[in-house]
Design a protein around this ligand. Structure first.
Ligand code: NAD
Ligand code: USQ
Length: 406
């Protein structure tokens, strides 16, 4: 297949690119490298040293003989170029990772809110409009998030995207309807993914676009089978307070002797998936496309759920680290339960890689190797969901103590 990977220079996009190229697909990366610019804006860098995208592609060719094609293009701002690119390359499948994906970054200031909405919603809508206009019948696989469902304690399993509801008709009878599971996003970033869902629903129903939306949990780990093949194929690894995600952050914190930064009581339960399973799920979804006219196919792309404080305690035991319970910069439920249906991927053959597989140590080893690249002052999460929360985090004496750990 000819596959376009939009956002193929990112944390999940790069290992997906290598995985699909390794299987013999013709892979084209389309990326505006905005994530690298955001590193510059924030004054942080990936824990792991990343080469330029062109150099990464050259090394992959040297190691495997396979070619990767890189195209510098902004999906959100360059609609005409995107349309021309699609018309010229006519991919069989398009995998869409190209969005601003950090919740804390999206909540930093009004400018970051505006950027995240403009970038994510325009990128997705430009892509959909361009697919219709060029008449390309590519299977669109989008990376969405578990966070669109919200984290309320309803006491029921979260289904794969849709919910059957019974409504009272005007005649006083009962009618059943299938609806998108009601969204309850917890950040501007998660809200953009909720908006994406409506765009997909419209274009599938109006234009017969074939769309799969993967509601992914928090991705952890760093290596996949392909990124291990050469030091210069290494994946990016975010550890800072905006882009670092919880489990990967705890693992690097443990590696450098930094107290594990639990927000609030750590009673938040979240869904997780290892990076190796993430790329495998994308492969499985690609092999099972919906037909034109079908509703958007939604998969819950996660393998296990964990409470944040349990993860902290697990990592602390494993690496002998201290756990710090900090004021939460986010507005979110202090405690929640989470039960998620992921039957579709299991039925397609996914064999989950769980926390128990020994891969936690692998991340700690990578973090120890590159510990000299970590700026400890960028570890705390300081983007507040409201001005008051941001001020509270700033004032907190425990947080101050942590910020000065050196
Ligand atoms: P990332 O930030 O590392 O990668 C995103 C890539 O998209 C970057 O290379 C960036 O330069 C590019 N990009 C952003 N806007 C663009 C635009 N307008 N035009 C062209 N390129 C653009 O993110 P990631 O962690 O690899 O996540 C990829 C996708 O998966 C995201 O959409 C994210 O919402 C979703 N996701 C990620 C996780 C996770 O834990 N990392 C979990 C669930 C879902
Ligand atoms: N948390 C801590 N300590 C930290 C960092 C986070 O306790 O040092 C807590 C947060 O308060 C939150 C939970 O851990 O309750 C998860 O935070 P996170 O930053 O790991 O994940 P999140 O902001 O939800 O975003 C990440 C990705 C995003 C993806 C999402 C999947 O950045 O792209 O969509 O995970 S999900 O969470 O399933 O919606």
């Amino acid at each position: 297949m000819k596959i376009a990977i939009l956002g193929g220079d990112g944390f999940v996009g790069w290992p997906t690119t290598l995985h699909l190229s390794d299987q013999g697909h013709e892979v084209h990366i389309v990326d505006n490298l905005s994530r690298r610019w955001i590193d510059t804006e924030l004054g942080v860098q990936s824990l792991t040293p990343m080469d330029s995208i062109q150099e990464r592609c050259r090394i992959w060719h040297e190691v495997t003989g396979r070619r990767l094609h890189f195209h510098l293009l902004d999906l959100a701002k360059e609609y005409e170029r995107l349309k021309q690119w699609l018309a010229e390359h006519r991919p069989d499948a398009v995998i869409h990772f190209a969005e601003q994906r950090a919740a804390p970054y999206s909540m930093k200031t009004d400018r970051h809110k505006v950027y995240s909405v403009d970038n994510n919603v325009s990128a997705t809508h430009n892509l959909l409009a361009a697919l219709v206009e060029t008449g390309i019948d590519a299977h669109l696989v989008h990376l969405g998030t578990m966070g669109v469902y919200g984290y309320s304690n309803v006491g029921a399993t979260i289904p794969e995207g849709y919910l059957d509801v019974e409504v009272e008709t005007t005649e006083g009878g009962k009618a059943t309807q299938e609806i998108l599971y009601p969204t309850r996003p917890g950040s501007i970033y998660h809200m953009t993914k909720s908006l994406d869902q409506i765009l997909f629903q419209f274009y599938a129903q109006n234009d017969g676009l074939r769309i799969t939306d993967l509601h992914q949990g928090i991705v952890w780990g760093t290596h996949t089978e392909q990124t291990r093949r050469h030091t210069q194929l290494i994946n990016r690894f975010d550890y800072d307070g905006d882009y670092g995600t919880v489990l990967n952050r705890f693992l690097i914190q443990a590696a450098i002797g930094y107290p594990l930064t639990v927000h609030g009581t750590g009673g938040q339960t979240r869904a997780f998936i290892h990076i190796q399973d993430s790329v495998r799920c994308i492969e499985l979804a690609l092999g099972d496309p919906p037909s034109a006219g079908e509703r958007v196919r939604i998969f819950n792309q996660m393998t296990e759920t964990h409470r944040v404080r349990d993860l902290a305690e697990l990592v602390a035991r494993l690496a002998g680290a201290e756990v710090a319970y900090l004021p939460n910069p986010r507005k979110e439920a202090a405690e929640n339960d989470l039960v998620v249906d992921n039957a579709q991927f299991l039925a397609l053959g996914l064999r989950p890689t769980t926390l128990a597989e020994g891969l936690l140590e692998e991340v700690i080893d990578v973090a120890r190797k590159f510990a000299h690249r970590i700026d400890r002052s960028r570890v705390p999460a300081v983007s507040g969901w409201t001005k008051e929360l941001a001020q509270a985090v700033e004032r907190d004496p425990e947080g101050k103590r942590l910020r000065s750990v050196s």
